[in-house]
Design a protein around this ligand. Structure first.
Ligand code: APR
Length: 228
């Protein structure tokens, strides 16, 4: 049975009330990337960075998965072949909808010690003076991938893309690499490619087919068709 590899971005969580990055009034209109999403920004002002992620962690905890998250969990459960979901998102809405997911940009619910590399479940609020539970130094940070850092699980993701029969991109603007290049890797491996997004993304021309509209409508409709 065919293997489906799905990439999701902030657009799939938009209708759950979580802001996207590059839409009108998005997160990158409210904050400078270099201040809140780079290692240099964290070194310069760790309080500002923790505050940015504490707010997003609280918002994610308040948010509920929407019909698109639920549809992907259903597809992963009921599709005969393998369904791999790779997300650029750091919220846990896929998991809370019952899906298994690969977080290539890390997760808000994860904490990381910049000194010893220890990982643990993040408290709702983190601060630069928190002590690492393992090495007891004040070097804690959100376990998210900042600009200039290497995304997680890239070897595993590359394997999945090589084996994909169908690659589907959902709710991402196709602005940020390496995720924006996954469609080309999948095409090279012979996969069919589909974009499900509110509007054509930067990479729209790289997809065989596309459906546009709110994820909570077009994703369940697509899953329904596939499982029928
Ligand atoms: N339904 C479907 N798509 C939507 C919806 C919706 N309700 N609302 C917005 N979108 C689409 C937008 O049209 C846009 O193409 O979601 C996309 C969001 O794009 P971005 O804000 O750029 O988010 P994303 O693509 O996930 O950003 C990638 O950039 O800043 C980094 O690490 C951050 O993971 C993030 C990465």
């Amino acid at each position: 049975m065919d293997k489906i590899v799905i990439l999701t971005g902030a657009g799939i969580s938009a209708e759950s009330g979580l802001g996207t990055f590059r839409d009108e009034g998005g997160l990158w209109a409210q904050h400078r990337i270099e201040d809140v999403a780079t290692p240099e920004g964290f070194t310069r002002n760790p309080d500002l960075v923790h505050d940015f992620y504490n707010k997003r962690r609280a918002q994610a905890a308040e948010a509920l998965p929407n019909a698109a998250h639920a549809a992907l969990a259903r597809l992963q459960r009921d599709h005969k072949g393998d369904v791999v979901i790779v997300t650029q998102n750091v919220d846990d809405l896929h998991e809370r909808a019952g899906a298994e997911v690969i977080h290539m940009h890390g997760a808000l619910m994860g904490a990381l010690c910049a000194a010893c590399g220890h990982r643990w479940t993040a408290p709702l609020t983190m601060g630069p003076r928190d002590l690492c539970p393992k090495c007891v130094t004040p070097a804690t940070r959100p376990d998210v991938v900042w600009f200039g850092e290497i995304p997680y699980h890239m070897d595993q993701i590359g394997e999945h893309l090589m084996q994909a029969d169908l690659f589907v991109s959902i709710g991402t603007s196709g602005n940020v690499y390496p995720a924006a290049g996954f469609v080309q890797e999948a095409r090279l491996a012979g996969a069919a490619t589909l974009e499900l997004n509110l509007e054509p993304s930067e990479g729209a021309t790289l997809f065989d087919t596309a459906r546009h509209g709110p994820a909570s409508e077009i994703v369940p409709a697509w899953v329904e068709e596939l499982l029928a």
